[in-house]
Design a protein around this ligand. Structure first.
Ligand SMILES: [Zn+2]
Length: 472
């Protein structure tokens, strides 16, 4: 398996720290609001990457944090006249609900920054002891002039960055170097605060990810991931803090997801061009978002437009119809000797499964993986339409498709209405007809309701009873 390591700027063969184990940390949301589909791209891509490691037989430990203390949190809580903790509780719950709705599996650990103050203080203490950090009137800063490897992830010119930094008068007084970043912030009136060796205050943003990732995964761990906007300064700072404090490599592979643009502009809350996942769910099947976000390579920018969304919508519908037809055909199909037609489908499935693995092995090309699946959809659809399919073949198709879908997460949930067979439906309709003849309308209505519950709509016409499956 090869993946693009942002630290080396090239694809590398993946070699885990421990055999068959993958330890992965993804920077999670700041929980001051509902997350938008731009944020969702990173969460969803790394969910699929995690699933693919599992598909390959790895045991994955997946950590994604909640940033529950930050300027944005404090400002929003003040606006809404709630405590920062109440705000965090509300949007953590909302995050979990929305993430599950778009098929993101829960992380093994979902740590909150404010529950890890002790670990954060310990880490800052270590940095001060080693001369990588200094206290300055109640704040603590990381001293980048003492840390020679600063800049190794972002590969930007530090002098240029330094001269470009815009500091307030207060910052100029407190900091030794303009790129020094805050590890601990002295308490300001009205803000949540904790006791520390430097007085009351709260942690800076970057330090939480170092403290929590190493607490749950140790160091070095395998993959640290997030949106590409986090590369600098957030991830650069995480490396400096973690490697400064431990003297060990922090993490072996860094992965970053490209921007989601909204009609060709970067999607962001501050620009006001965004759609929350919550809002999306009100208007569309959440699997449409999933398919849309997987339809491009994760490192490429992706543009969110009505047109592309419509395409994803029709792809999801195609997949739904196909899957329902396939399940149905499989129920009625009989086992038989393999003929030439069957042979072709078996060969196709083997080929496409191999292709799916090859493209995913090569830096998780979900766009090509989807193409393999949709070739199966097209070919098998014509195999089951108007012919007598062989159950041996359909069992195989179903088995492989479901296996690939453990990674992609796009197949519809099979509900009760696919479980009921045509014969059973006709039987119930006959019972209802008999009841009606006997003027037992209560029974007739009950049967009609039962069918409706199973997703079967019946209609009385002059030609007799008709029924159809309600596709919802
Ligand atoms: Zn982070």
């Amino acid at each position: 398996m090869r993946l693009f390591n942002s630290l080396k700027r090239e694809k590398e063969v993946f070699q885990p720290v421990e055999k068959d184990q993958v330890k992965m940390y993804v920077c999670g949301p700041t929980v001051y609001d509902y997350f938008h589909v731009g944020n969702a791209r990173a969460f969803l891509i790394f969910d699929v990457i995690r699933r693919y490691f599992e598909y390959k037989g790895y045991n994955v430990t997946y950590v994604q944090n909640f940033t529950d203390i930050e300027d944005k949190m404090i400002n929003r809580a003040n606006e809404l006249s709630v405590t920062v903790e109440e705000l965090a509780d509300k949007f953590i719950e909302a995050y979990i609900e929305d993430a599950r709705a778009i098929g993101i599996k829960d992380a093994d650990y979902q740590p909150r920054a404010t529950y890890h103050i002790e670990e954060i203080i310990d880490l800052i203490n270590k940095l001060i002891e080693k001369g990588y950090a200094y206290e300055s009137s109640g704040d603590v800063f990381f001293d980048i002039s003492n840390y020679k490897e600063y800049g190794k992830l972002c590969k930007q010119d530090l002098e240029e960055l330094e001269s470009g930094a815009r500091l307030s008068e207060e910052e100029k007084e407190k900091k030794k170097n303009s790129l020094d970043f805050v590890l601990w912030k002295a308490n300001k009136p009205g803000e949540p605060h904790w006791d520390s060796p430097w007085g009351k205050g709260r942690p800076g943003w970057h330090i939480e990810c170092s403290a929590m990732s190493m607490k749950y995964l140790g160091a070095p761990f395998d993959i640290h991931a997030g949106g590409s906007d986090l590369t600098f300064p957030h991830h650069e700072n995480e490396i400096a803090q973690s490697e400064g404090a431990t003297g060990k490599t922090f993490c072996n592979y860094w992965m970053h997801v490209g921007y989601l643009k909204f009609d060709d502009k970067k999607m962001s809350k501050s620009l006001g061009n965004f759609m929350t996942v919550r809002e999306f769910r009100k208007n569309y099947d959440p699997r449409i978002l999933r398919l849309f976000l997987l339809s491009a390579h994760y490192r490429s920018p992706l543009n969110y437009t009505e047109e592309l969304l419509e395409q994803s919508k029709s792809s999801v519908e195609r997949l739904n119809n196909f899957y329902n037809n396939l399940l149905h055909a499989n129920k009625t199909a009989k086992e038989a000797d393999i003929n030439e037609e069957d042979e072709k489908i078996i060969k196709l499935i083997d080929e496409k499964e191999k292709e799916f693995e090859n493209v995913m092995d090569d830096d998780f090309n979900t766009a090509d993986a989807l193409a393999s699946v949709f070739t199966i959809v097209r070919e098998v659809n014509s195999y089951i339409t108007g012919k007598t399919p062989n159950k041996v073949v359909l069992d195989k198709v179903l088995n492989r498709l479901q296996k690939m879908d453990q990674v992609l997460g796009l197949l519809p949930e099979v509900s009760a209405n696919e479980e009921i067979l045509d014969e059973e439906i006709w039987e119930m309709i006959e019972k209802r007809q008999t009841a009606r003849k006997e003027k037992d309308f209560a029974t007739a209505d009950a049967i009609r309701d039962e069918l409706k519950e199973k997703g079967i709509l019946i209609e009385d016409t002059p030609q007799g009873v008709r029924w159809k499956r309600d596709s919802g």
